[in-house]
Write a protein that binds this ligand. Structure first.
Ligand SMILES: [Zn+2]
Length: 136
């Protein structure tokens, strides 16, 4: 992972419908208890994005920037598009959704868009067991 070397470019816009749908799904299928973040989604503002060609974006609530230092992974999924696997991760800082990160697992695909929720692999497909499946 060479994330530190990727550049960020500033962005200033509302979250798109597609991004919001994806974030909502990730929150609903994230670690136990993170559904407390659902109310934030409609108010998320995109303040920067990755400039490598991937759709990774960074959010701010109320225009207060979030420090990435204390980011915590709250939802971690794989999506399959064609023959490629993509990692999709949602992070929070201090109870605020902070970023949506998408990367191509093989690194072969550089420029791509957000995967559809339908492309996500289920818990069983690849034994993605780092997070606890909602069971109750
Ligand atoms: Zn990128």
């Amino acid at each position: 992972m060479e994330n530190a070397e990727k550049g960020l470019e500033p962005e200033s816009r509302e979250i798109t419908e597609q991004e919001a749908t994806l974030v909502r799904w990730l929150v609903e299928h994230g670690e136990p208890g993170c559904d407390r973040l659902l109310d934030q989604i409609k108010n998320l503002k995109v303040i920067s994005k990755c400039n490598c060609g991937c759709p990774t974006i960074y959010f701010a609530l109320h225009a207060t920037g979030n420090s990435r230092k204390s980011e915590r992974l709250i939802s971690d999924w794989l999506a399959k598009i064609g023959d490629e696997l993509f990692g999709v991760m949602l992070f929070e800082v201090a109870g605020q959704i902070s970023s949506l990160e998408v990367n191509c697992c093989s690194g072969r695909v550089v420029t791509f868009g957000l995967p559809e929720v339908a492309a996500f692999l289920g818990y069983d497909d690849l034994a993605v067991d780092r997070l606890t499946a909602p069971s109750s």
